[in-house]
Design a protein around this ligand. Sequence first.
Ligand code: ZN
Length: 247
Amino acid sequence: MQKHIEEAKTVIKNSSKIVILTGAGISTDSGIPDFRGPNGVWTKNPEAEKASNIRYYTTSPEIRKKNWSLRATGDLWPTVSPNDGHKALARLGDKLFLLITQNVDGLHQLAGTPEEQIVEIHGNTRNVSCLECDYLAPMEEALKRVRKGEEDPHCLICGGLLKSATISFGQSLISEDLLRSEQSIHECDLLMAVGTSLTVGPINRVVPLAHSLGKPIFILNGEPTEYDSLATYLIREDISSMLREIC
Ligand SMILES: [Zn+2]
């Protein structure tokens, strides 16, 4: 492993177009709970799991009302800050070509990675969007309406259903985001997969894509991943302390 750490340091130093894919594992040190663990978001609020399924969300006013109420009182997501892992990636500066994240927490932006270099492939919870038209607004605007008494706020333009700007189960990814992610693999000189088990598709396919193009692949995760066998450099370690060391 020490050999891989030294090699990873060297390859990062010598790379100038790094693409990074991050998952939940980079945010656990920030106190973001997982979903299905003992203290998981969905274990504590089973209704929140249903709310993350587009079919339940669109058909049940009760599920929407409960979800808006949890958001408005701050009981759904804790307030969190970026950790050393997010900060280490932000320090890559010009070396970073694109950061693709599966997380919806916005912590890469808060750590200083420029918004235009980030693809939030599963959306984010900062904004609210209409399921019918292009209406997009800060989440806080919708929450203000909920706190004033609207239990299930609808779109101010077309009256359609509003939902946090995350990609729910049953919803397609945004095709431009997926295309941009795939294109970045063709142009990069290193792919780093950090804190992801690489089991969630279709974005996990960037790893076999990079492999087929002969790009070096560096996988850092606390647990084994789906594509460990494709890694050029494989480090199974604590994520934030390792990123602090190698970036
Ligand atoms: Zn609308």
